[in-house]
Design a protein around this ligand. Structure first.
Ligand code: UD1
Ligand code: CA
Length: 452
């Protein structure tokens, strides 16, 4: 089986410099959705027809298993498939997909291929309003005769509700010849792929139809309006699958999954959260409203309060995080760690039961277990040119508003007094303070405003 993906169209109505097929749904290019689905069917040849925005399309979607065929100029869908012919073998079926129809399910395509085993098969849908689409013309017995495009249709043909989705399976052995017979004498002056249906019928090749499970599977994108509509359809499908899988969603219409989200039992997610890349939420994880998690692993029982932003981080079980916590790449938190509001952690590890509850910056640090990082603590990890490491050993207590000038080590069980600027290692089990002795000046008066 061959698959040909048509992706040469310009997409004028997108009003964008980005080629249409590269616009994202769920964070992934439209055509990438189609390529991924195509790949899941293990075709022997996968050909993408490109044209508008050529090099960008090719370099963005490049993969070893894709053959590319340039269509320049674009003279219609039949002309587009013609460009793929040299790359195709002439055995089996050739499945034609559109690069701007991203949500077709593999199961639907398998059904279409099954229907087309002994001939040609068209994926069709019945639409209440079929305006704009090619109509499926059948004879009195219901046998498919041909497809007529909107612009070429008679008034009677325009009343047909069954339309061509554009997706079809064609016998590879007949493809080249049928395409060579296409003419462009029609209302749009284009070589219509759809005209091969009448050619198949004339040769007595059986023509079948198959239908998708849902109409959304065959919706295409021609404008930002349709792009936004498809995004919502897709997100709602993902949310519904999560609900079925046992996740509690405060509102299935207010979640965005732009990647892969794995979850355990009794996970709950509040409104407005965005998940990107690969996110794993173990059993009983709770995610509060308006959190953004990208490539994050969260251990069982961890609770994340509102407005957190985590990226490339691993969070242990039974943690309490947020609100307003930020975990940047390379953060690893052990079990029962607390990270509170306005705490930023980068490329650092925090051992079990350590806490940084308020207003801190922790970068390039190795923090042991049961450490308390006081409010306002900052690791000074950067001298403007180089980054240095801060090590805080188990059971240390860092007083509020301390600066740890790296490289520096706070020993096991050490305490730093509030406001310490640590430039040398703090010995274990001792109190280290760096501030001057407190004095009170007698006789001092506040400056007064002088009246003019
Ligand atoms: C096409 C079908 C129509 C069907 C409709 C479904 C034809 C003649 N008509 O019409 O029966 O109901 O799709 O949406 O096939 N493309 C190229 N090169 C070209 C022309 C198009 O790659 O020269 C690509 C486009 O980028 C797009 C797809 O083919 O992905 C469909 O093209 P479009 O112009 O949208 O076809 P329609 O007129 O909508
Ligand atoms: Ca179209």
């Amino acid at each position: 089986m061959n698959i040909v993906i048509l992706a040469a169209g310009q997409g004028k109505r997108m009003h964008s410099n980005l080629p249409k097929v590269l616009h994202p749904v769920a964070g992934k290019a439209l055509a990438q959705h189609v390529i991924d689905t195509a790949r899941s069917l293990s075709p022997s040849k996968l050909v993408v027809i490109y044209g508008h925005g050529g090099d960008v399309v090719r370099s963005t979607l490049a993969a070893d298993d894709i053959s590319w065929a340039l269509q320049e100029p674009q003279l219609g869908t039949g002309h587009a498939v013609m460009q793929a012919v040299p790359a195709l073998g002439d055995s089996g079926q050739t499945l034609v997909l559109y690069g701007d129809v991203p949500l077709t399910q593999a199961s639907t395509l398998k059904r279409l291929l099954q229907a087309g085993k002994d001939g040609l098969a068209i994926l069709t849908v019945e639409l209440e309003n079929s305006t704009g689409y090619g109509r499926i013309v059948r004879d009195a017995a219901g046998k498919v005769l041909r497809i007529v495009e909107e612009k070429d249709a008679t008034a009677a043909e325009k009343t047909i509700h069954e339309v061509n989705t554009g997706i079809m399976s064609i016998p590879s052995a007949r493809l080249a010849e049928w395409l060579s017979k296409l003419s462009n004498s029609n209302a749009q002056g284009e070589y219509y792929l759809t005209d091969i249906v009448a050619l198949a019928v004339a040769e007595g090749v059986p023509v079948h139809t198959a239908q998708p499970d849902g109409e959304w599977e065959v919706l295409g994108v021609n404008s930002k309006v349709q792009l936004a509509e498809l995004e919502r359809v897709h997100q709602r499908n993902i949310a519904d699958a999560m609900l079925v899988g046992g996740v509690r969603l405060a509102d299935p219409n207010r979640i965005d999954v732009r990647g892969e989200l794995a979850y355990g039992r009794d996970v709950s997610i509040d409104v407005g959260c965005v998940f990107e890349g690969r996110v794993e939420l173990a059993d009983a994880v709770e995610v509060g409203p308006y959190c953004v998690l990208k490539n994050v692993k969260v251990g069982a029982g961890t609770r994340i309060a509102a407005f957190c932003h985590f990226e490339d981080a691993v969070i242990g079980p039974d943690g309490i995080l947020g609100p307003y916590a930020r975990l940047r790449p390379g953060t690893e938190l052990g079990p029962e760690v607390h990270v509170g509001n306005f705490v930023e952690i980068k490329k650092s590890t925090l051992g079990a039961q350590s806490k940084a509850n308020h207003l801190a910056y922790i970068g390039d640090a190795e923090i042991g277990q049961r450490v308390n990082v006081g409010a306002g603590t900052i690791t000074c990890n950067y001298d403007g040119a180089n980054k240095f490491k801060t090590i805080i050993e188990d059971d240390a207590f860092i007083g509020s508003d301390s600066q740890l000038v790296a490289p520096v080590t706070v020993g096991r069980g050490a305490t730093l007094g509030a406001g310490t600027t640590l430039t040398k290692n703090a010995p274990p089990d001792s109190l280290t303070v760096s501030r001057a002795k407190q004095v009170t000046l007698t006789g001092w008066v506040r400056p007064q405003k002088v009246k003019k």
